[in-house]
Design a protein around this ligand. Structure first.
Ligand code: ATP
Ligand code: MG
Ligand code: FE
Length: 339
């Protein structure tokens, strides 16, 4: 089984070909950092236009890399949300057109399901159910992943996502955009104990997250400390919160086969090693995708498409693009926090 995956929900345009037995035959990606950098964040209209220009050549290149044509593909999987709606529509409409033209089934993939199942692409031993910390630019959630399409949300953020906090901190510290990798590099040169920063919600009964107060504390401390010490102290506070909240969730789930992390912030070395230690302390296996599979890419969309296709889940060509699309529709909204 060969699946073509398409991703365009934020500021990465990507196309990939992945097989049902976990071979990544090709993956192409074009970031838009340079286009958005002058604005200090992703500008939706610029992103949508850039996806229009970049997507088709990336798909053509991915097919050429894999020495395949559309006729060799079993299904086309495209991100259908959540994300910036203009960009999502570019990828989804392209996927629909290719599926229609080639007479192939369409799989409309939830971008978060792409992140959530990505660890199963890199690790063939990862079985359901697993406890997933999904930490990305727009989300910070703890989910029990029970199967394809079966997600039980245990916690979410009541304000900012973890990646958003990294990006805002980078902006405050003048480290540029995108912020996560820049903060991690600066943190490596600083003292994580230099700046006293809060750990919002640490110790609270429900395993939810909050990062807005931490970001504000960084803003107040800026100027009194070096950017390196601020970055290191901020990163240590985020790690503390993630570990405390994940520990709380671990006490609530039974039978999880592994502790798993996914999403862009899962590329952070300090986050990965702290979660590894937590898993070890709980006698659990720890699974984290390779760094390139943590941040947005189309291989994870193709893989989620492969998992859905194998389960008989395809979508009609009139399926809608969705700016918001919770993985667990039954989950209670927390104080206005979205998906
Ligand atoms: P979502 O998946 O929630 O829709 P997104 O697709 O924009 O949002 P991802 O691409 O999964 O998010 O992740 C991007 C985020 O990950 C950014 O906020 C970025 O700063 C953060 N990030 C990337 N690398 C690192 C790193 N090394 N350390 C910390 N954060 C990182
Ligand atoms: Mg991005
Ligand atoms: Fe993402």
């Amino acid at each position: 089984m060969i699946i073509l995956g398409i991703e365009s929900s934020c500021d990465e345009t990507a196309a990939a070909l992945v097989t049902g037995d976990r071979q990544v035959l090709a993956h192409r990606l074009l970031g838009q950092e340079a286009a958005h950098a002058p604005f200090g964040g992703v500008v939706p209209e610029i992103a949508a236009r850039a996806h229009v220009e970049a997507l088709e050549p990336l798909i053509v290149a991915a097919l050429a890399d894999a020495k395949l044509t559309l006729a060799d593909v079993d299904a086309v999987a495209a991100t259908a949300g959540p994300g910036l709606i203009g960009g999502v529509m570019v990828g989804l409409v392209t996927g629909k057109a290719l599926a229609h033209a080639a007479g192939k089934p369409l799989v409309a993939v939830n971008h978060l399901e792409g992140h959530a199942l990505s660890p199963r692409l890199s690790d063939s031993d990862l079985e359901f159910p697993y406890l997933l910390l999904l930490v990305s630019g727009g989300h910070c959630q703890l989910l029990l992943v029970e199967g394809v399409g079966r997600y039980r949300r245990l916690a979410t953020t009541i304000d900012d996502a973890a990646g958003e906090a990294f990006d805002k901190t980078a902006k405050i510290l003048g480290l540029g955009f995108p912020g996560g990798p820049a903060v991690e590099r600066a943190a490596a040169l600083g003292n994580p104990k230099a700046v006293p920063l809060p750990r919002p919600l640490k110790g609270s009964a429900e395993p939810h997250f909050s990062f807005a107060g931490l970001k504000s504390a960084v803003a107040r401390a800026a100027g009194d400390y070096t950017p390196e010490d601020l970055a290191a102290s901020f990163q240590a506070a985020v790690v503390d919160c993630l570990i405390d909240r994940t520990t709380r969730a671990l006490g609530r789930v039974h039978g999880a086969t592994a502790l798993v992390v996914a999403g862009g912030v899962a590329a952070n070395g300090a986050v990965r090693s702290a979660l590894q230690a937590l898993a070890t302390a709980h006698g659990l296996r720890f699974v984290a995708p390779p760094l390139w599979l943590c941040t947005d890419n189309a291989a994870m969309i193709a893989w989620a498409g492969a998992e859905r296709f194998a389960a008989g889940l395809t979508d009609p060509l009139d399926v809608a693009a969705r700016p918001r699309w919770p993985l667990d529709p039954g989950a209670e909204t927390v104080r206005g926090a979205g998906v």
